[in-house]
Structures are given as C-alpha cells and as structure tokens.
Design a protein around this ligand. Structure first.
Ligand SMILES: [Zn+2]
Length: 74
C-alpha cells in the first residue's frame, strides 16, 4: 500500500486506512494527531456557536485546515 503525506505536518502516514489512521477532510489528508488537534481547536468554537449553522461550520473547518496547512501545525 502506498503511504500518504499529511497535508498539515507533512509526515508520512504508513499503511493509511481512511477514518482510522488518516482523515480526508475538505480535500486535505490529515494524520491522526493532526485530526485530534483539529478537533481540539474546533470544539470550543463550536460549543460557543449559537445557533449552529452547517454552512458556517464547513467554512470554519476549511479555514482552520487551510491555516494549519500554511503554518504546518494547528
Ligand atoms: Zn499530520
């Protein structure tokens, strides 16, 4: 199986299995530690967002990932 490179930390993901040790979100591939970090980053913002709006959520996730890709971390 080919290995995959995480778009955020640029580390290779050996034997990638989708939704198990890597996550494909908004056209990006994230390794598990980066996905965990994304969840931690999103959680407090999501909790504070009232009322919840799915379009806003998708944009917010995309922006957060794009920023992380630019910085190389969350
Ligand atoms: Zn990563």
């Amino acid at each position: 199986m080919k290995s995959l490179i995480c778009d955020v930390c640029k580390k290779p993901i050996p034997s990638p299995i989708k939704d198990r040790n890597y996550f494909h979100i908004e056209h990006r591939d994230l390794c598990e530690p980066c996905k965990d970090q994304l969840d931690l980053t999103l959680k407090p913002v999501l909790r504070a967002k009232q009322p919840f709006n799915y379009g806003w959520y998708q944009r917010f996730v995309m922006d957060s990932i794009d920023k992380a890709v630019g910085k190389g971390k969350f």
